[in-house]
Design a binder for this molecule. Structure first.
Ligand SMILES: O=C(O)[C@@H](CO)OP(=O)(O)O
Length: 248
């Protein structure tokens, strides 16, 4: 049996302001810092430990991982950072308030932008300073690979090959792995692990800062999945994520 822990970053400053975030590199809010620490406490309490950690290029995920590992007394753990685990690129929606966008374009349109499988949000213009190809952080990445917008399908196309080529081999070597990433890059992994349909994945919302444990049998098939923590609290957090796109 293999175990893999996924951890969505704690609440970010833009989660708090209810803004489309994507690749915008905002930090954790005060509550997000607490959520990250709690995730580490819970993992330690339940006896989880890791040999290697993976995270994105974005500080909200990196800081969540660092805070959780600190609580576990495992700050020394090898950490691999990859842009392939970045949040889905939200294109020109980045920076817009989700509720105001729903007021302007309708809740249905916002739901399509947020949760449809293969519809991309409007793209950034290449000359936009937010174009990752114009940012220092992505200097070493082939510009042709960097997106101006992404659907979940596009996100899957970068996350899953990375998982299969880099992370799974480590798990096959019996390394215990934690991945700290984002709502939609983790939804990509969830869809893949659980074989969810394009319709089923539209209903999945991942709570911030809650460890999600996957167990796989010897054939690599998922055998069990569960969140760590208080079930009612987790349910409420998922509902809060789902309703971010309401006009209010
Ligand atoms: O804004 C974003 O980048 C993501 C995650 O916060 O939002 P959503 O849940 O709307 O996909």
């Amino acid at each position: 049996m293999k175990t893999l822990v996924l951890l969505r970053h704690g609440e970010s400053e833009w989660n708090l302001e209810n803004k489309f975030t994507g690749w915008t590199d905002v930090d954790l809010s005060t509550k997000g810092i607490e959520e990250a620490k709690n995730a580490g406490k819970l993992l330690k309490e339940k006896g989880y430990d890791f040999d290697i950690a993976y995270t994105s290029y974005l500080q909200r995920a990196i800081h969540t991982l660092q805070l959780a590992l600190k609580e576990m007394g495992r700050e020394n753990l090898p950490v691999v950072k990859t842009w392939k685990l970045n949040e889905r690129h939200y294109g020109a929606l980045q920076g817009l308030n989700k509720a105001e966008t729903a007021k302007k374009y309708g809740e249905e349109q916002v739901q399509i932008w947020r949760r449809s499988f293969d519809i991309q949000p409007p793209a950034l213009k290449p000359e936009d300073d937010r174009n990752p190809a114009r940012q220092e952080l992505y200097n070493e990445i082939d510009k042709a690979d960097l997106p101006l917008t992404e659907s979940l399908k596009d996100t899957i196309a970068r996350v899953i090959p990375y998982y299969e080529q880099e992370i799974l081999p480590k798990m096959n070597e019996k390394k215990r792995v934690i991945i700290a990433a984002h709502g939609n890059s983790l939804r990509a992994l969830m869809m893949y692990f659980e074989g969810l349909t394009e319709e089923e994945i539209t209903k999945v919302n991942i709570p911030t800062g809650v460890p999600l444990v996957y167990e796989f049998d010897d054939q690599g098939k998922m055998s069990k999945k569960f969140y760590l923590g208080d079930a009612a609290e987790i349910e409420a957090k998922m509902k809060a994520v789902a309703s971010q796109g309401k006009a209010k």
